[in-house]
Design a binder for this molecule. Structure first.
Ligand code: GCB
Length: 612
């Protein structure tokens, strides 16, 4: 029943996102893809750049159904036949990878690119096969052997389609149209401060599974407990009632459960565990086996709670020494996606003295979350509900809800992950408040064990020469942890204005200063009054940190930002050149002066609360 419901839900969502279209088979997300029997489809794909969508619509703007449709991959049958496209002669791009940084002419390109890859595949009769995409930005239209198999909207979450009945032993061709055109009703909307990297930006894999398989599972500590494991296993297939075993041999756990007619088993039992923490990021090998399938994972166990204005990790107050990030590669241009990228970026955060990263402003690759688990770095992850989304638009809300759901489904077993953020810097209105409250409710019900936040904005008032910043956004009532962005010293006033600024909050909740910062061009020097100089940024950090120390309810910070990143909004020649320069390291990885200010501050803080 659950399976049917969730399939129905997917179809409903799909038909809302793409009205008037009947989708192919839409599969529920399969957990922990890298631990399954997989065949990688990564590598060079043939591509056709199609700015006018001539591969999918005709000159009357009607959908193309004939051999002119690029997904047919049709070849002329005679010298006289007119066919106006040819994958074989149109060049190649790497998958995974954004197209913008692989071909100079595509740096600013926004629109459709068709990707094609051919492959053979030997499948045994009882197996099921799925094609899985880590992410494609922003819309993906997927075709196998000339037929549509499904569509997906949202540039940063995974999706898969079942292709058991379509896949052939020889000569399969998979075609994907990826469209990153910005639209005001999308999530994110058309206005952002980051590069709109298009393409199949994360790995593509074929997953082979038995007819009845373990689709997903949750193995986590019960909220508020440090010894009670609570969770569930969900099977998919025709043999839904099975015995399922759960083994964590290192902790002496070996349990068997019976799934019900919906393929679901829920469990709760006590365990004696070494808890995961940034200091000791202990991961256990977990094995889940049904009669027909088996999957292993590495899972950490920790508790995360809010108590008054404190955040408690494993029952003890923790201060989140963080940094905000973008998912840009550390050592080459473009989107990051690999384990190595994750190791380097999180390594820089560790070098800064961080125990926490804010993965702004959209879901990052699964590799990043798994690396955070390994390296012991707490994570805030976020959906791209950014700035001025269409708050009144129900379809936009459904889209945001789906992206949030897909992010939670993928990451709900990662110990490092403690906070879901539902939005960034969104303007207060009734419609926006309703929209965000819905997302907050969704996150709480999809995953009751983690905390929910949003990066809000304060209001300010000046009296007798002092400024009082107040956290009073009505959405503050619904979140567990307050997040606030502020740019005193960059967009507002000068760095020294922080010396006469005090903070108050309407809510008795912990606060994370989710952004502050200013731009500096690496290697550009001047005095502390000179914009764009490393000295200005250094002084801004010194003043900011002195102010932050005086906020009694501050429990963490994630300054903006780890590394300079590309943004089309940043046009100023010499200093910006289409980069946001608020990084503590340059796009080449060079440390700016402010890096060391924050590092010294975090090193002094290590393990200690900030104030009191
Ligand atoms: C913000 C946004 C972030 C921008 C940053 C900036 O408030 O949340 O996405 O990049 O400011 O540099 O202006």
């Amino acid at each position: 029943m659950i399976r049917q419901l969730s399939l129905l839900h997917h179809l409903l969502v799909a038909s809302l996102l793409f009205p008037g279209v009947v989708c192919g088979q839409v599969a529920p997300l399969i957990a922990n893809v890298s631990a399954r029997q997989i065949t990688s489809l990564d590598g060079q794909w043939q591509v056709i750049v199609d700015p006018y969508n001539v591969g999918s619509i005709d000159y009357r703007a009607q959908p193309l159904k004939n051999n002119g449709a690029f997904y047919k991959n049709y070849k002329p049958q005679s010298p006289s036949e007119l066919v106006e496209y040819d994958f074989d002669a149109s060049g190649r791009l790497d998958v995974p990878g954004d197209w913008n940084t692989q071909r100079g002419s595509l740096l600013f390109y926004e629109g459709s690119v068709w990707y094609k890859r051919s492959f053979d595949f030997a499948k045994s009769p009882k197996e099921r096969v799925f094609v899985h995409f880590g992410a494609a930005n922003y819309k993906a239209y997927v075709y196998l052997n000339g037929e549509e198999i499904g569509r997906h909207e949202g540039g940063f979450t995974p999706f898969d389609f079942e292709i058991t009945n379509q896949i052939q032993t020889k000569g399969n061709f998979l075609v994907v149209r990826v469209d990153n055109a910005r639209k005001s009703d999308q999530v994110p909307t058309s206005n952002t401060d980051w590069w709109n990297y298009g393409g199949i930006t994360r790995p593509v894999t074929l997953i082979t599974l038995p007819e009845s398989f373990i689709q997903d599972y949750s193995i986590q500590l019960q909220k508020g407990s440090r010894q009670q494991i609570t969770g569930w296993v969900q099977l998919n297939g025709s043999q839904l009632q099975q015995n399922v075993s759960l083994r964590i041999l290192e902790a002496g756990i070996d349990k068997t459960f019976q799934t019900d007619s919906r393929g679901r088993a829920e469990f709760s039992f006590n365990a004696d565990l070494q808890l995961w923490s940034p200091e000791t990021p202990k991961l256990y090998k977990v094995e889940i086996a049904s009669l027909t399938d088996k999957v292993t994972d590495r899972v950490g166990f920790r508790s995360i709670e809010v108590h008054g204005t404190d955040i408690l990790l494993n029952g003890k107050p923790v201060f989140l020494r963080g940094i905000s990030m973008h998912e840009e590669a550390p050592t080459r241009p473009g989107r990051a996606w690999s384990e190595d990228d994750a190791r380097t970026l999180l390594g820089w955060a560790k070098e800064l003295g961080c125990n926490f990263v804010r993965l702004a402003h959209y879901p990052y690759s699964e590799a990043m979350l798994r690396m955070a688990d390994e390296m012991g770095i707490l994570v805030w992850e976020e959906v791209p509900v950014y700035w001025t989304i269409e708050w009144e638009n129900q379809q936009t809300l459904r889209n945001a809800e789906t992206q949030l759901k897909e992010m939670i489904e993928r990451d709900h077993n990662r110990a490092a992950l403690i906070i879901y953020s539902v939005a960034n810097e969104t303007p207060i209105s009734d419609a926006r408040n309703r929209f965000l409250r819905q997302l907050i409710d969704d996150a709480h019900s999809a995953d009751p064990t983690r905390l929910v936040s949003a990066a809000l904005q304060p209001s300010g008032a000046t009296q007798a020469g002092r400024v009082t910043m107040q956290i009073n956004d009505p959405v503050g009532e619904a979140v567990d942890v307050l997040g606030t962005n502020e740019y005193i010293g960059w967009y507002n006033g000068r760095p020294e204005d922080t010396d006469k600024t005090d903070w108050t909050s309407k809510f008795s909740k912990p606060l994370i200063m989710s952004e502050f910062g200013g731009d500096a061009l690496f290697g550009y020097h001047g005095d502390v009054q000179t914009r764009w100089s490393e000295e200005y940024q250094e002084s801004l950090y010194e003043h900011q940190l002195a102010m932050l120390k005086r906020i009694s309810f501050l429990r963490g910070m994630s300054p903006w930002v780890l590394k300079d990143f590309r943004s089309p909004r940043r046009t100023l020649p010499r200093f910006e050149d289409f980069f946001n320069r608020k990084g503590l390291v340059s796009e080449r990885g060079e440390r700016k002066k402010a890096f060391f200010v924050l590092q010294t501050f975090y090193q002094a803080l290590h393990g200690a609360p900030l104030s009191q």
